[in-house]
Ligand binder design. Sequence first.
Ligand SMILES: [Zn+2]
Length: 281
Amino acid sequence: MIVRIIKNKTYLIFIAILFSNCLSLNGPMDADADLETLGKWSVDGNKLKVVSKQPVENNSLYVQNMNAYWEQIYEVLPKEIMDKYVKELELITDGKEETLAGVKATDDSNRYWNFGIDPADLPKSKITENKDFMHTLIHEFGHVLTLNNTQIEPSEAEYQVGNDRYLTMEGLAFKDSYINQFVQEFWYENDRIDIWDEIQNIQNARKRLDRITLFYLNNKAAFFTAYAAESPEEDIAESWTYFILNERPKNDNTELNKKLLFFYQFEELVQMRSEILSYKN
Ligand SMILES: [Zn+2]
């Protein structure tokens, strides 16, 4: 197997792929470079405490009103996970579109998580009325759910070691973790994991993008979005999001239906689904 480059903590961002038909050059590996921090808060449930923020003259309305926005965000996401893991909120921006939001562990243990939001993309209306923003929130939550310290353990490994535990960018997945079971079920089909692993080793960004695009096109029926083909981490976060926002499939005739049904085997995830969807009532 091929070397995986493990870098410092970077945001697992959600690129605004929803708005375009082509893959963005900014993969999750090198996306942090263009992000500017406008303010940072420590998070305790739905309460925020300022850690730092830009001087008043640069202060956007969002920085001033972040409490109100956070309350809305906190309200729609399952509390047991938010309370346990999400301890920081950061306003990050690269201007309109591209990065809408992102999450990253606060250190290598993956115990606590930082939620990053781009104020340039925050909807003006209630967030629950904005489909793209809701999709992004649920997607980012999916990363916290699947990459926290109960799912992944820190690892020095730079290679995929063996076939029974998938090596994520954050560490080695436990055998029974959601992401490991997901990879076992969906990424060994058609040697996807090996082909994808080789692509990770391509240094030239343009060539890497060409190859990942081709990988997506060759496996199109297996992915909900082009962005999902970026990595198993993105695939499970996208599939999770579709699981939340779509009806339960009537059969398992397609790989996408199988991916939705994957989540129904876990009672706690079905519970979280109804928790999230209760915003519609
Ligand atoms: Zn993501």
